[in-house]
Every structure is written in structure tokens, then in C-alpha cells.
Design a binder for this molecule. Sequence first.
Ligand SMILES: NC(=O)c1ccc[n+]([C@@H]2O[C@H](COP(=O)([O-])OP(=O)(O)OC[C@H]3O[C@@H](n4cnc5c(N)ncnc54)[C@H](OP(=O)(O)O)[C@@H]3O)[C@@H](O)[C@H]2O)c1
Length: 327
Amino acid sequence: MAIRWGICSTGKIAETFAAALASVEESVCAAVSSRSLEKAQEFALKYGFEKAYGSLEDMLSEGGVDVVYIASPMACHYAHAKTAILAGVNVLCEKSVTLNGRQLSELLELAAEKNVFFMEAMWMKCRPSFLKAMEWIKDGSIGKVQMVKADFCNDVDFDQNDRLFRPDLGGGCLLDLAVYPLTLAEAAFGGMPDSIFSKARIGKTGVDIDMAAMLEYENGFADISAGFNSKFANNAVIAGDKGHIELGDWFMCTCDAVLLDENNTVVESFHQDNLCNGYEYEIMEVNRCINAGLKESRLVPHSGTINVMAMMDECRRQWEYKFPDEM
Ligand SMILES: NC(=O)c1ccc[n+]([C@@H]2O[C@H](COP(=O)([O-])OP(=O)(O)OC[C@H]3O[C@@H](n4cnc5c(N)ncnc54)[C@H](OP(=O)(O)O)[C@@H]3O)[C@@H](O)[C@H]2O)c1
């Protein structure tokens, strides 16, 4: 059955997502909502959406949407997702899914109560290279996972009005960037670490501009960093006692996956071209789940999202950092 998609908010990622949506069979670009009806109408025209609305509430009350993709800033996710769930509409919510674990568990309880599908838009986890890496871990190709090293650092131009630099919008590199290496570590080790040690530097607008964390697991460590000040290779390594996996430049989306043995000899290289821009895989996963009547994706399970949110809560607890909404 074709799935009718609605998009909430018309910012940068919504545009990228809309381009992917148009490329996926069995997806209908049904509706878009914005705080401004005019903006929604422009977006609808540009990306071929059937209807445009000046608020999420208006879009939902009219019906005709099976799932809403929430593409607003982090601080808005909780309210937008709650509105959609209460309207009985399935949700794909951008990362980081909420500001904290408390908001996430409320949403998951509500989603269960209302019997709707809910997934964090952790597109990395739906991508073929990521799935291949997980397959190698599962089949024992690298032995027992002992070390994960992953960075996501970008040189971002400072703009005090950008959501990235605004505490009131849930800005900062933890929720924006570190969520990816933390998600990789959680998936590779298979759960929560025993302990976390994290430090961050807070910039002039009051958000974390760079951070590092060491996660301690029973069998080893994950070493992750994120920041807005310097461009790193942004690759990732998952090492076990029999070999390791390298995920190349921009590991969270476009990369190849390479499996190497304990002598550093390449055993297998995996590459798959995007069908569109890389976001199509999460869209296909959501379509598949909704059509199968599932309330949770196997690729992006709630447990992983909960664990990563708990790790980010712990990092912020150690920094003594709270968002304005939490004070
Ligand atoms: N998966 C990925 O690769 C990826 C990449 C980038 C970002 N993201 C995630 O996507 C979300 C949006 O990021 P973005 O880069 O697209 O942000 P953005 O360009 O700033 O767009 C956010 C949009 O949210 C809407 N919005 C609602 N309330 C707002 C408020 N109080 N202040 C400002 N905007 C508000 C606005 O759309 P209207 O004016 O139409 O209401 C705005 O254009 C974030 O959660 C981010 O983490 C994901």
C-alpha cells in the first residue's frame, strides 16, 4: 500500500528528505506544514506535495497523512511528536529524537497507548554499509568487539541565530553530531556501557561546541568526539580480537565498509551507491514497517534510541549542562 507522508517544518533537512521521498516508490508526498502557510505552499510547489498547511495541527486535523516526518529543531521534537501521536498518526522524528530521556520515554509510552509507529530518523542505521558492518560483527568476522573509535566534527560557521548555537532550540554538538558515534558504539557493543567519562567546552552562546566521551564496556572502550570547530576525517573503526571494520569518510552515511583481519589484510570491501541521496533507505524502512503493521523498526529499535539518549543525559549531567526547557 502507498504510504501518505506529511512533513512538519520546511528547513534544510526537510528539503533533502523531500527529494528522497519523491524517489521512493509507494510513498506519496501528501502534505507539508510550516509555521508559515506561505513557506509551506512554496515547499509544496517545489517538491510536489499535494497540500500545504500553516501549522502541524491543521495538517493533522484534516487527515490524509499516514506518517509525519518531524524536521524541526531538537527542542520542538517533543511537542511536535506528541501532537502527531495524539492525532493517531505514525511518526518518524529527526535526531536527536528529544532533548532528554524523560521526554523520549513519555513519547514512547504515548505511542504504545495510541498504537502508532514511532522511529528516530537515524538514517545511518538503515544504510547498507552500516547494515553490512553489523552483519560482520554478528557473524563473528572480527571476533568480540573491543574498541570503537568514531568522530563527527565539522567546521561550522558561527551564527548565533542558527539552531546549532541556540540553547533554546536544543543546539550543541552532543545532540546534533555526537548522537551518531554514540549510536555506532551502542550498536557495535550491543547496549549501554558500564560507565561514561565525558568533557565538553561551552561556547559563547551557551551550547557545547566540542565534546569527547569515553564509554567503558565489559570488553573494551568506545572513544568518541564531536564538535563545530574543526573538520576531522569523520571515519569510524570497530575493532575486535580477530580483525576490524573501517567505515570511511563521513561514516554515518556515505561511506564504504571494509573488513580487515588481524594482519590488517582486507578480507572484504562493501560499497553501494545511493539510490537517491541516502535518506531513501530510512523512508523504505518506515514504509515497510507501516505496511507490515509494526510499531517499531528492527533496524532502529526503541531500545537503541533509549540507550543513546541515556548516554547523552549522562554526558550532560557530568558537564552540569541543562537546556532552558529543563530548568
Ligand atoms: N538526518 C540528518 O542527516 C540530519 C541533517 C541535518 C539535520 N537533522 C536534524 O533535523 C532537524 C532540523 O535540522 P535542520 O538543519 O533542517 O534545521 P533548520 O534548517 O534550522 O530547519 C528547522 C525548521 O524547523 C522549523 N521550526 C519550528 N520551530 C522553530 C523554531 N522555534 N525556530 C526555528 N525553526 C523552527 C522551521 O521550519 P518552518 O519555518 O517551516 O516552521 C525551520 O526551518 C534537527 O533535529 C537536526 O538534528 C538531521
